[in-house]
Design a protein around this ligand. Structure first.
Ligand code: PBG
Length: 322
């Protein structure tokens, strides 16, 4: 049968019917809100390139937790900007480091699930995601540092560890370090397929990365590679990842879809800073409807196959869904 017996418009007649046949539905519990904490400030500092996003000082956890909980969002991902940076990124695993303090503060003053981003780029003076020897990031020397960071974040109370540095073997090294320290029940959300993307631009501004004009192309993936992403994910699962991630999201929906079809584990997608800023900039100029495009972008990421979305829109989108 086909037209005129078949008429697709019959099921588009009104919202109630459309809701019945909806294939993808967003919920506030799908979202993870990234939170930036900065040791160098004592009141909120707006991130210039990300309208509506701020850096928080190490206080006021109660209010932050309450406002997020009120929106319906239940999970956050913590990033820190330390007082001092050095070649080895020692503040990344300091007992009273910025991410440890923020994690502890949030856990003691809210019911949020706190996921710790684990990387060294915010903590090194050269801005690379690991230990640099002779101008290159030394993969294996970096793994030992990642183990220390993971354990310090778990000791601070993190519910989950999310390594974003794209070192080979990082998931296995972190799993081993966590297990040896008794944290056998702390899951790892692996930034598995993380591309070397220009869409991270505003983030580097947010965390005051000292990276300047450098490149992470020696460890992050090249943008045109699809099969390689599947290998990265497969390796992370073999090393013990509990949740995999594709990042960025919107320009990589094909990667999310393929991973969904191939792997049965939970999958996150990271709608990164540049994706957020693009939408906000266009909306701010009146060139598109910000709320509408925000929801459409999130829906498309879920439709592609992501179970959860890390997004700076988390609170705003959750409020619209209530
Ligand atoms: C750190 C890290 C980055 C992001 C998350 N973790 C930056 C980078 O790799 O350059 C990007 C997040 C965003 O752009 O929103 N490795």
């Amino acid at each position: 049968m086909s037209f005129p017996q078949v008429r697709m418009r019959r099921l588009r007649k009104n919202q109630a019917i459309e809701d019945l046949v909806a294939e993808t539905v967003l919920s506030p519990s799908d979202f993870i809100l990234p939170l930036f904490f900065d040791e160098n400030i004592d009141k909120d500092r707006p991130v210039a390139s990300m309208p509506g996003v701020v850096n928080h000082p190490l206080k006021g956890y109660d209010a932050i937790g309450q406002s997020i909980a009120d929106s319906g969002v239940r999970s956050v991902m913590v990033f820190g900007n330390p007082k001092s940076k050095d070649p080895k990124g020692t503040q990344a695993y300091a007992k009273k480091g910025v991410s440890q303090a923020a994690i502890r503060g949030l856990k003691e003053n809210s019911d949020l699930i706190v996921i710790a981003d684990l990387c060294m780029c915010e903590y090194t003076d050269h801005g690379h995601c690991g230990i640099v020897h002779n101008g290159v990031v030394d993969n294996d020397a970096t793994l030992a540092q990642y183990g220390l960071i993971a354990v310090s974040q778990a000791e601070a109370g993190a519910d989950m560890i999310a390594p974003s540095g794209m070192m080979d073997g990082q998931v296995g090294a972190i799993r081993e370090a966590l297990d040896n320290a008794g944290f056998t029940d702390i899951p790892i959300m692996a930034y598995s397929a993380k591309y070397c993307s220009g869409f991270y631009g505003p983030f580097r501004d947010a965390v005051s990365s000292s990276f300047g004009g450098g490149s992470r192309s020696a460890y992050q993936m090249q943008c045109g590679n699809r099969r390689e992403a599947m290998r990265e994910i497969e390796l992370d699962l073999q090393e013990g990842a509990d949740i995999i991630m594709v990042k960025p999201a919107m320009s990589y929906l094909d990667i999310i879809r393929e991973a969904r079809d191939r792997f049965d584990c939970p999958m996150a997608a990271y709608q990164v800073s540049g994706e957020y800023s693009m939408i906000e900039a266009a909306a701010g100029n009146g060139w598109l409807d910000g709320d509408r495009v925000m929801m459409e972008s999130l829906l498309s990421i879920k439709r592609a196959g992501a179970d959860m979305i890390i997004t700076y829109f988390a609170e705003r989108a959750a409020k619209m869904l209530r």
